[in-house]
Design a protein around this ligand. Structure first.
Ligand code: SF4
Length: 382
C-alpha cells in the first residue's frame, strides 16, 4: 500500500461490516489476552481489513493513555565494543571488520547537551557489553548527565550485568534499562546465540532490574532466522508474565558479516501487526516505532505509530561514529546530524496527526507512583 493511501485510510477509517478475525481483535481489546490459536490466526491473516481494524483498535488504546503525544528518546551509541557474539549482530565480538570506538564521558555529555537543546528529555546510553568502562565509569557518566539535566531521564542499554552492578547504576540515577530478551523460545534463543549466552541469564537480568525498581524494557526480534509464529507467541506470553514498561520490537535485518547475511529481512506487515497486538495487550506500555522499521520501509516509523506505537528514538551519536554502530545493514540516518534527526522526526509525526513532546515520557505506572509519593510528602508536611 502506498504511504499516502495508508495514512488516508487510517485517518478516514470506518470499520466495514465484514472483518475477518474481528471477534479476536475485540476480545483482545477487552481482555488484553487471547489463546495461542487465536493469536496465530491474527498473525497469519493477510487480510487488509483485519490489519486495518487491528490498528484502529490499537489507536483507541494508544490515545486513551497517551493522546497524540509522541515521546522522543535520544540514542547515544557510546561504544561498539562487545564481549558477546550474538550470531545476528554486526558488531559482535568475532567480527574483525568493525572499526571499534569508545566515547569519553565528555563526548557523551556533549551529545546529551545538544539533545537537551533540541527538546530531548530522555537519553538512552547504548553500547555493546564493553567492560572497559568500569561500574564506576558508568555511574560517573549517568550522574553527570543527571546533574547537568535534572529534568531528564537516563536509560541504560548495556546488556547483561550482575545485580550489584545494576543497583549501582540505579543509585547513580539511571531509572530505566532496556534489555531485549530477543527470543523467549529456548530453542530459538540457543540457535541465535553462542552456548555461553543463555536465556536463563537474560531472564535473570530482567527480573533483577525489575526488583531494583527500574522501568524495564524487553522485546524481541521479528522474523529472526528460524523463528516460527509459535515462537513469536511464546514471546507475547513471556511479556505478559514479565509486564515490562517498554517493549522494543523491530524486524530482523541481515548484516553482511554474519552467517545470516543471506536471510530474508522481517516484513513491515508482520511488524505492524505485532505492534498492534502489543498495544492491545499492554495499553500503557511505551512502544517504539523503531529505526529498523524505518530501514525496511521509508515510512515505517509513521506506520508503526499508526499501528499503536508511541515512541521514536532519533540518534544523537556524533556523525563520525554512526556508521561504526551497524547492528544490521543499510541502517538509516547515519548521515544526518542530531539537529536534523530531531527536526525530521517532528515533521514526520506532525504529518500524521501526532506531536512530539518535550517530556521525560515515563511509564504511566511510574508517573502514578511519583504522584502518590508527592502527595504523601505534602500530607506529611501539612
Ligand atoms: S546484540 Fe548486543 S550483546 Fe549481542 S553482540 Fe550485538 S551488541 Fe553485543
Amino acid at each position: 500500500m502506498r504511504y499516502l493511501d495508508f495514512i488516508r485510510k487510517q485517518k478516514e477509517y470506518v470499520p466495514p461490516a465484514d472483518i475477518p478475525q474481528k471477534g479476536h481483535i475485540d476480545q483482545l481489546f477487552e481482555t488484553r489476552t487471547l489463546t495461542r490459536d487465536a493469536l496465530r490466526y491474527l498473525l497469519e491473516s493477510e487480510d487488509e481489513r483485519t490489519a486495518e481494524y487491528l490498528f484502529f483498535k490499537a489507536r483507541i488504546r494508544q490515545k486513551e493513555t497517551f493522546e497524540n503525544k509522541i515521546y522522543l528518546r535520544g540514542l547515544i551509541e557510546f561504544s561498539n565494543f562487545c564481549r558477546c557474539d550474538c550470531k545476528y549482530c554486526g558488531i559482535r565480538k568475532s567480527n574483525g571488520n568493525v572499526q571499534r570506538y569508545h566515547m569519553s564521558r565528555e563526548d557523551i555529555l556533549r551529545c546529551a547537551e545538544l539533545g537537551h537543546m533540541h527538546g530531548f528529555r530522555t537519553f538512552v546510553l547504548q553500547g555493546g557489553e564493553d567492560l572497559s568502562y568500569s561500574d564506576d565509569d558508568i555511574c560517573r557518566i549517568v550522574s553527570s548527565i543527571r546533574e547537568k539535566f535534572p529534568d531528564s531521564a537516563v536509560t541504560l542499554s548495556i546488556g547483561e550485568r550482575t545485580k550489584e552492578s545494576y543497583q549501582k547504576y540505579f543509585d547513580a540515577g539511571a531509572e530505566r534499562y532496556l534489555l531485549r530478551h530477543e527470543a523467549a523460545a529456548p530453542e530459538l534463543y540457543r540457535k541465535l546465540h553462542p552456548q555461553a549466552q543463555t536465556l536463563e541469564n537474560r531472564i535473570r537480568c530482567l527480573y533483577d532490574l525489575k526488583s531494583i525498581g527500574y522501568q524495564v524494557g524487553a522485546g524481541m526480534m521479528l522474523h529472526a532466522p528460524g523463528q516460527t509464529l509459535d515462537d513469536l507467541i511464546t514471546d507475547f506470553f513471556f511479556l505478559q508474565k514479565l509486564q515490562p514498561d517498554m517493549i522494543g520490537c523491530g524486524p530482523f535485518i541481515p548484516h553482511k558479516d554474519t552467517e545470516y547475511r543471506n536471510e530474508e529481512a522481517g516484513s513491515v506487515e508482520l511488524t505492524l501487526r505485532v505492534l498492534g497486538i502489543l498495544r492491545l495487550m499492554f495499553p500503557e506500555v511505551l512502544l517504539p516505532s523503531t529505526t529498523a522499521l524505518g530501514t525496511i520501509d521509508p515510512m515505517g516509523r509513521e506506520k508503526g505509530i499508526l499501528a499503536g506505537a508511541n515512541v521514536v528514538m532519533p540518534n544523537l551519536s556524533p556523525r563520525d561514529v554512526r556508521k561504526k554502530y551497524m547492528l544490521y545493514d543499510n541502517k538509516i540516518c547515519t548521515e544526518d546530524d542530531a539537529v536534523q534527526c530531531a527536526g525530521c522526526m517532528n515533521q514526520r509525526m506532525k504529518a500524521i496527526g501526532y506531536r512530539v513532546v518535550e517530556d521525560r515520557g515515563d511509564a504511566p505506572r511510574k508517573v502514578a507512583q511519583m504522584c502518590r509519593k508527592k502527595s504523601e510528602k505534602r500530607i506529611d508536611g501539612a
